[in-house]
Design a binder for this molecule. Sequence first.
Ligand code: DX5
Ligand code: ZN
Length: 216
Amino acid sequence: MNILSPSILAADFSRLGEQIREVEHAGAKYLHIDVMDGVFVPSISFGMPVISSIRNCSDIFFDVHLMIEKPEHYIHEFADSGADLINFHLEATEEVVGTIEKIRFRGKKVGITIKPATPAKAVEPYLKLVDMVLVMTVEPGFGGQKLMPECLDKVREIRAMVMEKGLHTDIEVDGGIRLDNVEQALEAGANVIVSGSAVFRDNITKNVEKFMARMN
Ligand code: DX5
Ligand code: ZN
């Protein structure tokens, strides 16, 4: 079963609650929440207060993508704010196992994330410890960019590692995924699909329905 995780970075923040309910009613099971600190990535998005307040308006699964330096310092705050899964970047910390343990201690699902320049083999030592690997298919920092097709080769490599180890790790792709390339991402081995601008532009309900029709 493949999962669509619409990224609220592309939503209209003046109508955020309403748009989250719309993707949920249209059938999306996850909501992708991009947190940027202006240090790990050049841009700044939003943090815990926004996540806590949208937690009150929806029960959808919160797939939080931390694009922040030293994520280990903030795990309790993001868990408190209502995250269901916390993805952090391998490039952002020297405490990978410690960060995984902190997320587990709070009973949340754990995801590790890699930027386009980080090789697939970087995730291998942690595969048995995590629920998800998030493979960035653009440089993190901004929505609306074009997918880098070479990143899908890393999805293939990671899917092969997961199968070889007999694991059930989710593989999520994020960045530049649209209706016309989602099938390539699935075919490469991804089973969780992030999409921001291709979901929140124009008719949200129709966009979600079209994605889901292509994904299953
Ligand atoms: C980029 C973010 C993405 C972004 C995806 O740094 O991690 O989640 O919102 O947006 P689109 O689908 O527009 O590329
Ligand atoms: Zn993201």
